[in-house]
Design a protein around this ligand. Structure first.
Ligand code: TA6
Length: 303
């Protein structure tokens, strides 16, 4: 069920911190502006598309060529990949990264105290979703916007049978230049290199991880990641919970050229650090039980 602009406005109420375009676009965007930060959120995918603390450059990257007409998933921000990460193992013809990011979620509530805001979106299974994923579920995405950005994805099995899920908060972090960033938090963990054959041995992350080639890795790590951005003279932290794997992705030159919704040269302006349940980290949801995957992102001084 897609909410109309009028229905969305009714939930947003009269708070000056919330606004939405009047016209009925294919893809409505909710603008949130508090004292501490601003964000742009799409009910299509319950996707945070933009977030920036006040007086700071964006923390999330949104492709200038992102399709905002529901014809493609929105390239940037924090796509919610659920109930499978990347290709569906049983049926590769199914949409990559699952069904949640290409569906309209229902805005349930929007609250603000002027300094911060909280929006709650819901997606429940229906006959359409069950053609792609034959289970009953109830998803809640709670988005906290303030001096930090926190996205909490609660996933409940509302059916009779258990099912396994893989998922990711596929976060596109905006950086000044990939040549001038340093990552902290992944050293000493093992990773699956998705560019190698599936039966390849896991690799140990010996030292620092430079971003200077096509990278597509599932790190077995529960730790936070810090991006030290020398260009922007700031650090960005990516904390997480409910996740034993962190996906790191940059398409680099050649992959970027294959993505029509990404400018060829933008690979130097973002890096995906994705709190996930991916690879061997696939929780089983039992009837009436839930799993929560969350991330908190914010700025730190470049010390
Ligand atoms: O997160 C890494 C990844 O799985 C890559 O393999 C690449 O496919 C990326 O996601 C983007 O996927 P998308 O379907 O959004 O183009």
């Amino acid at each position: 069920m897609t909410q109309t602009i009028a229905e969305l406005k009714a939930i947003l109420g009269n708070a000056p911190e919330f606004s939405i375009e009047d016209i009925e676009p294919a893809l409505p965007l909710i603008e949130v502006k508090t004292e501490l930060s601003s964000a742009t959120i799409s009910p299509f995918g319950a996707q945070v598309c933009k977030w920036a603390p006040t007086d700071h450059p964006p923390v999330l990257y949104l492709s200038p060529k992102a399709k905002l007409d529901t014809s493609l998933p929105i390239r940037g921000g924090i796509p919610i990949c659920w109930p499978w990460f990347n290709k569906n193992a049983e049926n590769p013809d199914l949409p990559s990264h699952g069904i949640a990011r290409t569906r309209f979620w229902t805005l349930i509530s929007a609250e603000t105290n002027g300094r911060s805001a909280k929006l709650v979106f819901n997606l429940t299974s229906d006959e359409e979703t069950k053609k792609l994923f034959p289970h009953d579920f109830d998803l809640t995405a709670t988005i906290h916007i303030g001096d930090k950005l926190r996205v909490v994805l609660k996933q409940k099995n509302t059916g009779e049978e258990p099912f396994k899920v893989s998922s990711a908060l596929h976060t596109y972090l905006s950086v000044g230049d990939t040549d001038r960033i340093m990552l902290e938090g992944l050293k000493g963990s093992h990773y699956v290199d998705c560019l190698l054959p599936p039966d390849a041995e896991e690799v140990y992350q010996e030292g620092a991880l430079p971003i200077n080639e096509h990278i597509d890795r599932i790190y077995k790590s529960m730790s936070s990641v810090l991006i030290r951005d020398l260009d922007r003279q700031r650090s960005v932290f990516i904390d997480k919970a409910g996740s034993r794997t962190t996906v790191v992705w940059n398409p680099w030159v050649n992959q970027s050229k294959k993505l029509k919704d990404l400018p060829d040269r933008d690979y130097r302006e973002f890096l995906c650090i994705e709190p996930a349940n991916a690879g061997s980290d696939m929780p089983t949801l039992y009837p009436n039980r839930s799993h929560t995957l969350e991330t908190t992102i914010g700025l730190r001084p470049l010390t």
